[in-house]
Design a protein around this ligand. Structure first.
Ligand SMILES: [Zn+2]
Length: 489
């Protein structure tokens, strides 16, 4: 008995020792680098962004509402505002309005870097107009804040890039590595005429990029539970998506004599089954990378958990799945978005339909989702059809690449206080189309995202502070310097 107790005690000591050892030796993955000297930004840069926000490059759901003059105007605005970029970079327009700027480097053995952005913005709902403190298309700067639709999604990237390039050109910088600036004009509608066509064009030119940087994440403030540090998230992967349309047709009839099961009953059961049988939780590579990067910078308890992910897996998963945002990181999610059937209150409909939108974890395919759905609903009367607008989840990009390190270093140079970590982007960005050009695709926009402004994405009162915008220009200028002059490969 004593021996057993002793063995048990020894086992506990070993496990606790192992956990503590891992915790205390959990290495920080933060790059230490001296802050960059703060370059001065031309006073009119903020006016340029404000002006860009007045140009209504709106992506409307209805293609007939497309206003080509706004996109022409945007092209003219870029030409007039950035004369050095206009004369020294080579501009190719794709499908008239999307833009590819090529800043040719002297060393063609270096793979180019692609900075992405999009020119279009989502519409402002008329019924919400009165909730805007300031007209979303007036281009007003008030109390150090630039207001308007597109301020953070995504004209900050486009104008931030262009200001940075113009600044470097003014200084006479000549890159060794080629830089491409690629701006689609229909990201908000899926990117088929913009990003897809841009990639096709570059692929035809045999462009193979060292890395690609797009929007998708930012520097979060107070949005990551368990830490009050500012966390810069670099998206190393994003989820895929598919909508599956379920339909059934069975005999209807009069509602006074309902059969045991109607079309609506069957469809409701299928939806309920899918909700009751979610996809299993899974820690994918980007989330694992997130834990190993943020873990060492967290308070003791979280640090201990992230340093011992196998032992604490159940705890990590149950913490994450409590919140929709955490749950989305560890699971292919199931969201019924449309349901219909029936036209008259006393007639049992013959057909019923439901559309279920799935956001897919990297490593799971659309085919896997379909299989899960068919097996879960287990009703072969129900037809399961893929919607037309789907995307497989792309592969995760490495955290040990020149691209990741360059973005990480640049963040530290411009925002020395922040912790940098990779993570999985829940939504979809145009960057998913860029994998044919590079396996190193990252998503980060240099501005602060917090509970104050997170709802302004596609929402009301979208804005960016002048200070944040000027830091974004500093970030892009530094990123380009780091990319073209370090001579890494
Ligand atoms: Zn966007």
């Amino acid at each position: 008995m004593k021996k057993i107790l002793f063995a048990l005690l020894l086992l506990i000591v070993v496990i606790v020792g192992y956990i503590l050892y891992n915790t205390f030796t959990f290495p920080s993955k933060q790059i230490t680098v001296a802050p960059a000297s703060k370059i001065s930004i031309p006073a009119d840069a903020k006016e340029h962004l404000a002006k860009a926000l007045t140009i209504r490059t709106i992506s409307n759901e209805n293609p007939e509402d497309f206003d080509s003059t706004a996109f022409y105007e945007f092209g003219q605005f870029v030409k007039n505002t950035y004369p050095l970029t206009d004369s020294l970079l080579e501009l190719t327009n794709i499908n008239e309005f999307s833009m590819i700027f090529k800043w040719e480097g002297s060393d063609t053995s270096l793979k180019p870097v692609i900075l992405m952005g999009h020119l279009d913005v989502v519409p402002v709902a008329t019924e919400n107009l009165e909730k805007w403190y300031i007209d979303p298309f007036a281009g007003i700067i008030k109390d150090g804040v630039i207001w308007g639709r597109g301020a953070i999604d995504d004209k900050i990237s486009v104008i931030g890039n262009l200001e940075a390039v113009e600044l470097l050109l003014k200084e006479g910088v000549k890159p060794q590595r080629t830089i491409y600036l690629c701006y689609g004009h229909d990201e908000e509608l899926g990117g088929l005429n913009g990003a897809v066509a841009i990639v096709k064009y570059l692929k035809e030119k045999d462009v193979e990029a060292e890395f690609v940087l797009d929007e998708g994440f930012a520097i979060t403030q107070g949005l990551i539970p368990g830490t009050d540090k500012d966390i810069a998230l670099i998206g190393t992967a994003e989820k895929g998506f598919v909508t599956l349309n379920l339909s059934i047709a069975i005999e209807g009839g009069h509602s006074s004599m309902p059969k045991e099961e109607t079309a609506i009953d069957a469809i409701s059961k299928a939806v309920a089954r899918l909700k009751d049988n979610p996809f299993p939780a899974e820690i994918t590579q980007p989330v694992q990378d997130f834990m190993s990067h943020i873990g060492p910078e967290m308070p003791f308890t979280q640090k201990m958990a992230f340093a011992n992910p196998t032992i604490f897996r159940p705890m990590i998963i149950s913490t994450l799945e409590k919140k929709p945002s955490g749950n989305a990181l560890i699971r292919t999610t199931t969201a019924p978005t449309i349901i219909n059937g029936g036209i008259k209150e006393n007639v049992i409909p013959y057909e019923a339909h439901a559309s279920i939108n799935f956001r897919i974890l990297p490593g799971t395919s659309i085919e896997d989702v379909k299989e899960h759905v068919i097996n879960t609903i287990a009703d072969d009367r129900i037809e399961v059809k893929e919607g037309s607008f789907n995307s497989e989840a792309p592969k995760s990009s490495s955290v040990n690449s020149f691209g990741y390190n360059t973005i990480h270093t640049t963040i530290k140079q411009i925002f020395p206080q922040v912790v940098v970590t990779p993570n999985l982007v829940i939504g979809a960005t145009d960057s998913r189309y860029y994998y044919p050009l590079s396996s190193n695709v990252y998503r980060f926009t240099p501005f602060y995202l917090n509970s104050e402004n997170i709802s302004t994405f596609h929402g009301i009162n979208e804005r960016i502070s002048v200070n944040d915008f000027e830091n974004a220009i500093r970030f892009y200028a530094q990123l380009i310097r780091n990319s073209i002059e370090l001579n890494h490969q």
